[in-house]
Design a protein around this ligand. Structure first.
Ligand code: ADP
Ligand code: ADP
Length: 223
């Protein structure tokens, strides 16, 4: 279980991006819904230990993440909002490289895991193509494949369906459901349907504050 207590973040320019966020997040899909500027990316980066909170606690399985970020980093998969520039290497080679960095050192184990993920994300047939030549949907599926390397127990997915066509979105939704068994998957999005169709539990973030949290069926009516 991931627990956030009174988590706040004030940027150097004085913007209070997070204001005393408290959440308990259990395995399964958890939706974080909010408009642009609500603080979603800030919260995702803070949980992923890519930036520091100004105040508050984060714990993962009762272990203090702020004091000891490695308790989370060693079991984290992260798909950032913008994955950045892709090098000119094949999908397979890039996954191989990332798996090595994540500590999957045994060659056979790496190959087996990569091939399983390529099948799961429907990228096996295009594994020899450069990721830089992929469509938006294919890149997002690649993003999930790389996030799943090393068998993480917490997966953070920031605004994944923006710019995807309906077919790719459905495909991506199915993939998220599949991977969320026994694993915490936090899905950050401004799209109500992403959360209402997929997530058993959710929170609504507005202006750096959790306004509502619970089951989508109850909350969506209140928006
Ligand atoms: P969201 O992901 O919901 O769009 P963000 O976390 O990106 O929200 O942004 C929340 C607020 O924090 C916004 O007002 C944004 O301009 C500000 N912000 C985000 N990143 C930074 C940063 N690195 N420095 C200063 N302000 C930032
Ligand atoms: P987002 O919708 O991430 O959530 P933003 O436009 O808020 O998109 O942020 C895009 C990038 O710019 C992020 O990496 C964020 O850290 C940075 N950023 C956003 N707002 C500011 C700001 N006011 N000052 C400096 N950096 C910012």
């Amino acid at each position: 279980m991931l627990t956030l207590r009174n988590l706040s973040k004030t940027y150097d320019n004085g913007v209070q991006a997070l204001k005393a966020i408290s959440l308990d997040i259990e395995p399964g899909l958890f939706g974080l819904l909010g408009p642009n500027g609500a603080g979603k990316s800030t919260l995702m980066r803070t949980i992923a230990t890519l930036q520091q909170a100004s105040h508050g606690q984060i714990s993962f399985d009762n272990k203090d993440v702020i004091q000891n970020p490695n308790v989370l980093r060693s079991c984290l998969g992260y798909l950032p909002q913008e994955f950045g520039v892709y090098p000119k290497v094949s999908c397979y080679d890039l996954l191989d490289h990332i798996a090595l960095l994540k500590g999957v050192v045994d060659h056979k184990a790496r190959k087996a895991q990569i091939e399983q993920l390529l099948h799961q994300t429907n990228l096996y047939d295009v594994r020899k193509k450069d990721v830089s030549s992929y469509s938006g949907g294919m890149r997002q599926r690649f993003g999930i494949a790389q996030a799943l390397l090393g068998s993480p127990r917490l997966i953070i997915v920031d605004e994944p369906t923006a710019g995807l066509d309906p077919q790719e979105r459905n495909r991506f939704h199915n993939l998220l459901c599949e991977i969320s068994e026994n694993v915490i998957v936090i899905l950050s999005t401004h799209i109500v349907e992403d959360v209402s169709q997929l997530c058993p539990n959710m929170a609504i973030l507005i202006n750096g504050e959790v306004r509502l949290q619970g089951k989508p069926a109850h909350l969506i009516q209140e928006i």
